[in-house]
Ligand binder design. Structure first.
Ligand code: SAM
Length: 281
């Protein structure tokens, strides 16, 4: 593959604005007690600044050519390790043991390629018990979807399933000109702080995710129809779950708060005898 082809495939839009790189690193508020994990160091725009503040830095990069160019530049920094790894498959549960101090945090920072930002974000949320904070530069629209409040068109399954476990905010937006080459759209820095416990009680997390995805699966339908379609249940049954949870069945998924999804989940939960056939798909 040519360098241009590889750059496009790996979403390589490098940060070129020192003011922006400084502002991103500031969001992470790193200390010498912290382990920072950088996803996709590329040419090192964020790496050297992160290394100034973190007690230890582990940088994960898939592109061997970039690794070969960056490694000698990092050689004088013994607390920095550059690893050839795919952030979609990395074993994040190993991270707490690598902290320079037991009281330190594990902070993941990355300017992510747009094409893999969602799977990487989902993987990080899945690995949340090993992570304290996440600072990701993403397509602005995706960052806004994650941090969205109920009621708007950006609020969806990604918002609910992230905010269940994390406090989410868009820390800043970044114009295309801050990158080389410039992407076609604006970017934003998403700051996630992992909560000590899920925001609302969820008895069966797998079922919760299925219910939430079904609620947003057919956004133009009311909740009873969307749940019935998404979970393969009769509409009357879906209607009854909603009524039992105190939710009007003609509402739409995007109006439900996390508390309401939690309530709905306890009624739309399949019973242990499996009587509600077709629900647990
Ligand atoms: N951090 C650099 C910067 O801000 O200039 C580079 C950012 S660039 C948008 C994304 C980087 O992630 C590239 O270096 C790319 O090779 C790397 N990358 C792409 N997919 C990856 C993956 N699955 N795991 C780890 N790194 C990846």
């Amino acid at each position: 593959m040519t360098t241009t082809g590889r750059r496009r495939a790996l979403g390589q839009h490098f940060l070129r604005d020192p003011g922006v790189t400084r502002a991103i690193v500031d969001v992470a508020s790193l200390t010498p007690a912290d382990l920072c994990v950088e996803i996709g160091p590329g040419e090192g725009a964020l790496t050297f600044r992160l290394a100034q503040h973190a007690g230890r830095l582990l940088a994960l990069e898939v592109d061997e050519a970039l690794i070969a160019a960056l490694r000698p530049r990092l050689a004088s920094l013994p607390h920095v390790e550059l690893r050839h790894a795919d952030a979609r498959r990395f074993e994040y549960t190993t991270l707490p043991a690598l902290r320079p101090s037991p009281g330190g945090r594990v902070v993941v920072v990355g300017n992510l390629p747009y094409s893999v930002s969602k799977p990487i974000l989902e993987r990080l949320v899945e690995a949340r018990t090993a992570i304290s904070e996440i600072v990701l530069t993403l397509q602005k629209e995706v960052a806004e979807r994650v941090a969205a409040a109920p009621g708007g068109k950006r609020y969806g399954a990604l918002s609910v399933l992230t905010q269940l476990y994390c406090e989410a905010r868009v820390a800043m937006t970044i114009p295309p000109g801050a990158f080389r080459p410039s992407p076609k759209v604006d970017s934003a820095v998403l700051h996630l702080k992992v909560l000590p416990a899920p925001r609302v009680s969820v008895a069966d997390e797998g079922n919760f995710a299925r219910v939430v995805k079904a609620a947003f699966g057919q956004r133009r339908k009311n909740l009873a129809n969307a749940l019935a379609g998404g979970l393969g249940a009769p509409v009357l049954m879906a209607r009854q779950w909603l009524l039992d949870a105190g939710i009007d069945p003609v509402r739409r998924g995007e109006t439900l708060s996390l508390e309401e999804f939690s309530r709905l989940n306890s009624f739309a939960c399949p019973d242990p005898d499996g009587k509600m056939k077709g629900l647990k798909r």
